[in-house]
Ligand binder design. Structure first.
Ligand code: F2R
Ligand code: MG
Ligand code: MG
Ligand code: MG
Length: 347
């Protein structure tokens, strides 16, 4: 089994569920297992009305990317910028980042001919290193089978709001993780090796090296976190507090994309804290939430990877029905499957 339609639908549903379930806990430093398990039990008992859990900015922006790549034959940055802005204006209360709303305001003002310029002005010209470019990127991995295209369009779509290399490199890493998950049949070690191989090149450019130094980070920050993930996976049992301390659970891309990747890989093995009937996708989303912090965003990124790997068979009906917009996720998954394979055949 490789890039099956189940995996495309699974990726979008996994991302949606991570956001909808995770947003209930977003911003809580500690999420107790009792609180989390009681909440998950309430979903399984069908105690919540259909679509009762709203999606947030993570999904709102992911939807704009999916719609843009489905409607445009070639990747169109202006179209995507317009969709982000229109979506924000239509529904500004989806919990957007504090900084990114200024990008939408500037794009909407009509004063910027170049759609990438508002993002360059963020944070005194340093650009945002938030996880917003990574949280929404799943549609790029589902629309483009080629690694080169994925890297290019994850970066370009990211730079519309996140001009810091820490922001858009996080989007590249997340997009590559979904890509390799979609191919299936890969073990933890090979998965990490492939990501590391690409990120060593991605992070070697002058801007990435310079910005890592300016933020007082070691050079190749994403590669360093991938190596840390490998070390964690070699250990029998890594306490959650070590995961949070060393990989992070914050709003910065560097503090959350590697955590999402670790969570996916960790949950290929059983997690004893959760009900024994939980499958890998359920455990992945629950595990991300149990880390606290930016729960919706870490869970949406890990949910996209896990959904791409395990397929929609692991999406529980009771969870899915609670999530706003699940029908579109299914339908777009199917359409992206068609687009991906059309591109694959024409290469
Ligand atoms: N905004 C939130 N959560 C907080 C409130 C949600 C609450 N439920 C509510 O509804 O009120 N979540 C969403 O934001 C994150 C994605 O953010 P994004 O798109 O990256 O935005 P932004 O503003 O560019 O960056 C986020 C923050 O990171 C810090 N930051 C970024 N770059 C910086 C820099 N160069 N220097 C200093 N700080 C920088 C700032 O604090 C930004 O505001 C997701 O969690 C999504 O769910
Ligand atoms: Mg959010
Ligand atoms: Mg167009
Ligand atoms: Mg968030």
């Amino acid at each position: 089994m490789s890039a099956t339609v189940s995996r495309f639908r699974g990726a979008l549903l996994g991302a949606l569920l991570g956001d909808c379930l995770g947003s209930v806990f977003e911003g809580n430093t500690y999420v107790t297992l009792r609180w989390l398990n009681d909440f998950l039990k309430s979903l399984e008992k069908g105690e919540r009305p259909n679509e009762a859990l709203s999606y947030t900015d993570d999904t709102a922006m992911a939807r704009s990317i999916v719609e843009s790549v489905l409607e445009n034959e070639v990747f169109d940055a202006e179209d995507l910028a317009n969709r982000f802005t229109a979506e924000y204006k239509k529904d500004p209360d989806r919990g957007y980042g504090m900084g990114v709303v200024h990008v939408f305001e500037k794009l909407d003002s009509g004063e910027y001919k170049n759609v990438f310029n508002p993002a360059k002005e963020q944070f005194d010209g340093k650009g945002s290193y938030g996880n917003g470019a990574a949280m929404r990127v799943v549609g790029i991995s589902l629309a483009y089978p080629s690694i080169q295209d994925i890297i290019q369009y994850a970066k370009t779509s990211g730079k519309l709001t996140h001009a810091s290399s820490l922001g858009y490199n996080g989007a590249i890493l997340q997009a590559l993780a979904v890509h390799y998950a979609l191919q299936g049949e890969i073990n933890q070690e090979t998965f990490l090796e492939k990501l590391l191989h690409h990120m060593e090149e991605v992070e070697a450019d002058e801007k990435s090296l310079k910005e890592a130094r300016e933020l007082e980070l070691d050079e190749f920050p994403y590669c360093n976190r991938l190596k840390k993930i490998k070390m964690f996976l070699e250990q029998e049992n890594v306490p959650r507090k070590n995961v949070v301390n060393e990989l992070g659970n914050g709003i910065a891309a560097l503090e959350s994309v590697p955590t999402a990747i670790y969570s996916f890989l960790r949950c290929l093995n059983p997690v004893t804290d959760f009900p024994s009937e939980f499958n890998n996708l359920q455990s992945t989303i629950a595990y991300c939430i149990s880390l606290g912090g930016d729960t919706d965003t870490i869970a949406t990124m890990a949910g996209a990877i896990a959904g791409a790997f395990h397929g929609e068979e692991q999406v529980p009906l009771s969870w899915k029905l609670c999530a706003e917009g699940h029908k579109e996720a299914e339908s777009w998954g199917e359409q992206l499957y068609g687009l991906y394979h059309k591109r694959l055949q024409s290469t």
